[in-house]
Design a protein around this ligand. Structure first.
Ligand SMILES: [Zn+2]
Ligand SMILES: [Zn+2]
Length: 117
């Protein structure tokens, strides 16, 4: 390989690595400020829906703002029939299924609902 050419290549590689590092740290900073997200929840004690700002480390059940009980669970929406539902939690400690199927049409094209506070 020509010597001039290989020096140019090294400069390009270092430049690319520096750019990548900058991009990655900017990305990490972004994660740092965006740890909160809005979730649409349903309280199984008082049957009310509510929105809450959750930290990514938080997992339901969360405290219901209406009755104060720790029975706020994620709401899901079916992409096929638009049914909105709250999958029942099971186990100990109780957890909702990760990928519940729609109780109305049986589709597995379901997703957790977000919302605007
Ligand atoms: Zn409640
Ligand atoms: Zn459905």
């Amino acid at each position: 390989m020509d010597k001039k050419y290989s020096i140019a290549l090294v400069v390009i590689l270092f430049g690319a690595a520096g750019g990548l590092y900058y991009w990655r740290s900017a990305d990490l900073n972004d994660y740092g400020t965006r740890r909160n997200y809005n979730a649409s929840l349903h309280c199984t004690s008082c049957n009310k829906d509510f929105l809450a700002e959750l930290d990514v480390a938080d997992t339901p059940p969360v405290e219901c703002p209406n009755c104060g009980k720790m029975t706020g669970w994620y709401r899901w929406e079916c992409a096929k029939c638009n049914e909105q539902f709250t999958p029942p939690a099971s186990g100990n400690p109780p957890r909702q299924p990760v990928a519940p199927s729609c109780p109305k049409c049986g589709s597995s094209a379901t997703g957790r609902m977000g919302g605007e506070l």
